[in-house]
Design a binder for this molecule. Structure first.
Ligand code: AHR
Length: 509
């Protein structure tokens, strides 16, 4: 029988709520249709944001939303998206699907969306094709309180008060769509551009707590050289002059079961591809450890957060949809990818300070899909709903017995993964995944020095292909999990196949 041992006295690190972050790009039907329908739409909305989507996102406590890209960010010129809508430029979204981008969703609309969601803001600037001046003026436009050309322009456009930028990305994927730069070239550009991402509304002393957190473009997957070279140029813990220049370094990693070229179907797969997908999801653990080890060399005090601001499954698009829209279905397999990956992030919360699932609505591993006025919640949504209990909680020391399973040598995955946290009030939250398509595993659980007084369980579980559709929107939902039994040393639960389980445990203290 597998043993899960938890030490409630050993708190490892805070699981920053931003690990449960999301990403929204001007791509396909993510922003337009998925979130923003405009004030005149027959779809119920508040200031153009669809009410059903906003309410569903509030339920999972979206902590932070990255915008406007992605690759779109390094082609985005923010001035195109301000002022009277009828005067905004209409252009072709050359990167994604060749459709008309009318710029009706711009800076004001993004901050309105974040206000409605009650989430932090993560604006991604354009380093690839924009100027230093343009980036600097965007920050001035958004955040400057006093009298200045950009602050005055914001006021003319109807917003007297400045907004707050919590995180600012200085370019996106600058090794690829963001300018095809080499690490040394980008790192020097980063140093230059970030200089003008000014903190207007707080003193230098207050910057650490209240300032804009600057995110430097990090590596694609296993490009360890990029991480090393960028840090060498931009961050050196012995060089005081470089402090405060970088708060985060990003990492992008997508799961393509059949590789980048073929990708693979979102819904039609066999056991071998199931394991391949989950094994590739678990690879996130190795990526974080290896990039993290390089970061440790430069930043042993872990001042820079690893920001996994794009992650998730990337399958072949749904048949009949625009290939540039990246619209895909979402099954129990995606729920497992989410559960495994979020457990990995929690376990590495000493270094991983933010992560953003790609993407929030209608694109890639979305939590919500829409069709006209209809909306469905995906299996991934329900995992985020259960895991929200970890937001800002303390990661506890824990371990579970697991074994590698799979149908081929190459693609093995741990049958069980877990992470455990303690909330402010002492409640313990345990999340566990079972990657086996057929085995139920009993797990004997021991919380050291504690007597358990109450346990509640919930789970997302089903046959591996199960999904929600507009015809059957509730096939996959959170179900009660009751296969739990108190034992002398703690409790035992039996986790069924293809499951993501969340246990809420109260103790006698
Ligand atoms: O999320 C889709 C795309 O994937 C993003 O625009 C880009 O940053 C990444 O390559």
């Amino acid at each position: 029988m597998a043993k899960l041992v938890i030490n409630p006295e050993k708190k490892i690190s805070r699981i920053q709520k931003e690990i449960y972050g999301h990403f929204s790009e001007h791509l396909g039907r993510c922003i337009y249709e998925g979130i923003y329908v405009g004030e005149d739409s027959p779809i119920p909305n508040v200031n153009g944001m669809r009410t059903d989507v906003v309410e569903a996102l509030k339920k999972i406590k979206v902590p932070v939303l990255r915008w406007p890209g992605g690759c779109f960010a390094d082609e985005y010129h923010w001035m195109d998206g301000i002022g009277p809508k009828e005067k905004r430029k209409k252009m072709i979204n050359t990167h994604w699907g060749g459709v008309v981008e009318d710029n009706s969703f711009g800076t004001h609309e993004y901050f309105e969306l974040c206000r409605q969601l009650g989430c932090e803001t993560y604006v991604n600037g354009n380093l690839g094709s924009g100027t230093v001046q343009e980036m600097s003026e965007w920050v001035e436009y958004i955040t400057f309180k006093g009298v200045s050309p950009m602050a005055d322009l914001r006021k003319e456009n109807g917003h007297e008060e400045p907004w707050k930028i919590d995180f600012f990305g200085v370019g996106n994927e600058n090794w690829g769509c963001g300018g095809n730069m080499n690490p040394d070239y980008y790192a020097n550009e980063y140093r230059r551009y970030q200089t003008y991402v000014r903190n207007y509304n707080c003193s230098q002393e207050e910057e650490e707590e209240h300032g804009i957190k600057k995110i430097c473009c990090g590596a694609n997957v296993d490009d360890y050289e990029w991480t090393r070279e960028v840090l060498k140029t931009c961050f050196n813990h012995c060089d005081e002059s470089l402090h405060g220049h970088m708060n985060g370094l990003s990492l992008h990693y997508y799961v393509h079961p059949e590789g980048w070229e073929i990708k693979g179907s979102a819904t039609d797969f066999d056991d071998a591809v199931w394991y391949k997908t989950l094994s590739k999801a678990y690879y996130m653990d190795e990526l974080i450890r290896r990039h993290g080890a390089i970061m440790d060399e430069f930043d042993p005090e872990k001042k820079i957060g690893m920001i996994v601001d794009e992650w998730g499954t990337w399958f072949t698009v749904e048949p009949g949809t625009n290939p540039g829209f990246l619209y895909q279905q979402n099954t129990i397999r995606d729920a497992l990818v989410a559960g495994i990956t979020l457990n990995v992030f929690n376990k590495h919360s000493d270094r991983v300070k933010m992560a953003n699932l790609a993407q929030i609505v209608n694109v890639l591993q979305a939590v919500i899909l829409t069709e006209g006025a209809d909306m469905i919640l995906t299996p991934t949504y329900h995992v985020f709903d259960m895991y929200k209990a970890h937001q800002d909680a303390m990661l506890l020391d824990s371990s579970i017995d697991s074994e590698e399973i799979g149908v081929t040598e190459e693609f093995q995955v741990p049958n069980l993964t877990e992470s455990v946290s303690m909330a402010e009030d002492g409640t313990i939250h345990i999340t566990v995944t079972n990657a086996s398509p057929e085995e139920t595993y009993p797990v004997e659980t021991h919380i050291m020095e504690s007597a358990v007084s109450e346990i509640n369980g919930e789970m997302v579980q089903g046959e591996m292909h199960e999904k929600n559709t507009f015809e059957a929107p509730d096939t996959v939902k959170i179900k009660e999990f009751t296969d739990i039994e108190m034992t002398d040393g703690g409790f035992c639960f039996r986790i069924p196949p293809c499951a993501v389980v969340h246990l809420t445990v109260k103790r006698n203290v």
